[in-house]
Ligand binder design. Structure first.
Ligand code: IPM
Ligand code: MN
Length: 370
């Protein structure tokens, strides 16, 4: 297993730098506690990189990413580009270029509902019992990267997939299903799209190699409905790039707050960890953003490097926080802390260990109302 030595940090735009600062507190804490010696290198991506380099994914950033063992990203996006369809450079191009350049073909977004927070979801609580699934989204192919054409009165985006591209992400999804509840659902539109029929053909063939995994197929329109009416049926959900993008935002509402969802994007050589949420410009600089999605992305990073004990520190401290109302406003009226204080609370919990914390005193010291 690769050793975690060099971490490239890309704070990005909006609330990115604030949530990243909390994740670094946690990383520092774990590094000290377990005598690790990883180092950080900071680089620009997105709107901030356009401001500083006229390029949303500058060469300096690319180099830092290529030379690192893992990348931690905050968020990308700035409203000044959103309503200008004619803008030539856009922050999001940085993200897409990075995914392609680093070969990050498999994007994993776990969706787990915590019963303490299920009342936050607009979906009825009885539907949310036992919801725990993982979305595998193909990230470097399909309509995102196919040939784009623009003529005066028409435009097109090509959705192209090769068998190889489908196989490599499907293999990871099957392996994950084997470690979980042995069910894989392919989400596609095979009743209409040729590219979806190829997905089905490849996955169907592959399913023979994984007889222990139950393979199911859902058309994406039906899947969009099933995610709301019966989300507990899912274990591993496999999608092409665009369907995965849409389905994963939809699934995030089950959890109650977008601020709680981490993700990992992995390739053969590189891996990137980032919260699922965006740059939330309205909250930037206000110290109200939820840093848990980024901190939980760090947990995914540590697990990938076999640092299980270290990662367990994060999941235990996170559970403690949820149980004891330590969190930001988006987690409901009982959670009243700032982004910074959540980072501090997590650091103390990890540093001292939950069993050694004097619970009442600790909770008292984090009862500040923002
Ligand atoms: C995501 C985002 C990106 C995507 C955007 C910012 C380009 O929505 O990571 O889900 O569409 O992939
Ligand atoms: Mn998205």
């Amino acid at each position: 297993m690769k050793v975690l030595n060099k971490i490239t940090i890309l704070p990005g735009d909006g609330i990115g730098p604030e949530v990243i600062a909390q994740a670094i507190k946690v990383l520092d804490c774990i590094r000290n506690k377990y005598n690790h010696s990883w180092t950080y290198k900071f680089a620009d991506i997105g709107a901030i990189a356009i401001d500083n380099y006229d390029d949303p994914f500058p060469k300096e950033t690319e180099k830092a990413c290529l030379e690192s063992d893992a990348i931690l990203l905050g968020a990308i996006g700035d409203p000044k580009y959103d309503n200008d369809p004619s803008a030539k450079v856009r922050p999001e191009q940085g993200l897409l270029k990075m995914r392609k350049t680093l070969g990050l073909f498999s994007n994993v977004r776990p969706v787990r509902v915590n019963p303490k927070l299920s009342h936050l979801s607009p979906v009825k609580e009885d539907r949310l019992k036992g919801v725990d699934f993982v979305i595998f989204r193909e990230l470097t192919g399909g309509i995102y990267f196919g040939e784009k054409k623009r003529e005066k009165d028409s435009a097109s985006d090509l959705c192209l997939y090769t068998k190889k591209e489908i196989k490599r992400v499907a293999k990871l999804a099957y392996e994950m299903a084997q470690q979980r509840n042995s069910k894989l659902t392919l989400v596609d539109k095979a009743n209409v799209l040729e590219s979806s029929r190829l997905w089905r053909e490849v996955v169907n063939k592959m399913s023979e190699k994984y007889p222990d995994v139950q393979t199911e197929y859902l058309f994406v329109d039906n899947a969009a409905m099933q995610i709301i009416i019966n989300p507990a049926q899912f274990d591993v959900v496999l999608c092409s790039n665009l369907f995965g993008d849409i389905i994963s935002d939809e699934a995030s509402v089950l959890v109650g707050s977008l601020g709680l969802l981490p993700s990992a994007s992995r390739g053969k050589e590189h891996a990137l960890y980032e919260p699922v949420h965006g740059s939330y410009p309205q909250a930037a600089g206000k110290d109200i953003a939820n840093p848990f999605a980024t901190i939980l992305s760090v947990e995914m990073m540590l697990r990938d490097f076999g640092l299980t004990k270290e990662a367990d520190n994060i999941s235990k401290a996170f559970d403690f926080c949820i149980q004891n109302n330590i969190g930001t406003l988006d987690m409901g009226p009982d959670f009243k802390l700032s982004c910074n204080l959540v980072g501090d609370a997590m650091s103390i919990l990890i540093d001292e260990g939950i069993s050694k914390i004097r619970k009442d005193k600790f909770i008292q010291s984090f009862s500040t109302i923002i």
